[in-house]
Design a binder for this molecule. Sequence first.
Ligand SMILES: [Zn+2]
Length: 113
Amino acid sequence: MTQELFEYILSNYTNLFSEEERRMHNKLQDYHNWLSLVEVHGIDIGKDKTGLFDLTMDEINSLASIDREELDKAIAARIWNMHKDELFINTCPTCGGIARTKQARQCRKGHRW
Ligand SMILES: [Zn+2]
């Protein structure tokens, strides 16, 4: 799967995520936001350090070992394998590149249609 197709499926077909995939995807997003705020920027968000997020310290500790990109790639691959006949892949008529959204009328190279 190309990077373009991966990003397109992940951002345009969240409705096809399974409940478990959505839960894990959202937890990892929360975890990475938490990581950025607390660990990278050192911002104090309260004594339990989970205040702004829907996370427990136990979850934070277990999420740390999960590769977010690997999980997202597995989700996109499953959606592609199970639903490829139903998906609308919005491609540029000039270069064949995949647009960012289903509604886009411009590709990443700047062609318009
Ligand atoms: Zn194009």
